[in-house]
Design a protein around this ligand. Structure first.
Ligand SMILES: [Fe+2]
Ligand SMILES: [Fe+2]
Length: 293
């Protein structure tokens, strides 16, 4: 199996620079004057050009100060994103056979779009939610930087097939839940990392197998990296969900059911990747509740 080339060796990703970032990337403070990690995350979130967002995310310093009392306001709509892909309703994204090059590219494009949104959701957790321990911000920076790697690997592979990020329509389910939960960090942890990212743990192995069967071993190797890292992202979600439940005196399993109902979270269908979910910190009670739905 070929191992994907490290991103640093791939050269700059030449994705669509469809908008001038200058008017949209102004957060309340400039990073050159304010190295605060949370302010820098908002700057990166506002960037529209994918390669600029990847670079800005990677440039955030895990050792920078992360002030829980900092409050910022985005100068424009978030997340910053390019004009393409065109966003359509989930059912409107065409399904194609993976056995054609265009179909395989469409699948890889859908995954790249998930990763692009995942960069945004991790950056959003850093700037938006104040009054959390500093380790919360550093955990989500680790997620953002790994999502940037996932996006870059997929975008580069897509380019090797003759396509670019933006060439296919995409849907916005991941960001929609990020927006819905913007008022409560507990709901965000419950329904984004522990629900939508956790669904990726179930989805990744069959997609990897399909890509390998189609002979795309580079893509399969990228899926291996993604699955490995996503277990860690879900674990971070589980850790902070548990921490917040303890802080508020909530029982985690019943609270999750209530939040899923209140925010109309998608019902998760099996088969579940129970081994990966256990590694990511779901309890046996939670796994039983999941399978009983
Ligand atoms: Fe990812
Ligand atoms: Fe993730």
């Amino acid at each position: 199996m070929n191992t994907p080339v490290p991103p640093g060796d791939q050269g700059a990703w030449e994705g669509p620079a469809l908008q001038n970032d200058a008017p949209r990337s102004v957060a309340t403070r400039h990073p050159s004057h304010d190295p605060d990690l949370r302010a820098g995350a908002l700057e990166a979130l506002c960037l529209c050009d994918p390669s600029a967002k990847v670079l800005a995310t990677r440039a955030l310093d895990p050792l920078a100060a992360a002030d829980p009392a900092w409050r910022g306001t985005p100068a424009s709509g978030i997340p910053g994103r390019p004009d393409r892909p065109v966003l359509v309703a989930p059912g409107k994204v065409p399904q194609r056979s993976i056995h054609t090059p265009a179909g395989r590219a469409a699948l890889l494009h859908a995954l790249a779009h998930i990763e692009f949104n995942a960069i945004n959701l991790a950056l959003d957790a850093i700037w938006r939610f104040g009054d959390m321990p500093e380790t919360f911000y550093r955990d989500w920076l680790k997620v953002a930087q790994e999502e940037a790697l996932h996006f870059e690997l997929l975008a580069a592979h897509l380019q090797s097939l003759g396509y670019r990020y933006g060439d296919f329509d995409a849907h916005d389910g991941l960001w929609a839940m990020t927006e819905k939960t913007q008022g409560d960090v507990l709901a965000r942890m419950a329904l984004v990392p522990r629900t939508l990212e956790a669904r990726g743990l179930d989805a990744a192995p069959p997609i990897r197998a399909k890509l390998a069967r189609a002979g795309d071993h580079d893509a399969a190797a990228i899926l291996d990296i993604i699955l490995r890292d996503e277990v860690g992202h879900v674990a971070i979600g589980n850790h902070w969900y548990g921490w917040l439940c303890a802080q508020r005196g909530f029982e985690p399993v019943a609270t999750y059911a209530e939040l899923a109902r209140r925010y109309q979270a998608p019902r998760l269908k099996g088969p579940f990747n129970l081994a990966a979910r256990r590694t990511a910190g779901f309890s046996e009670t939670e796994l039983q509740a999941l399978q009983a739905e």
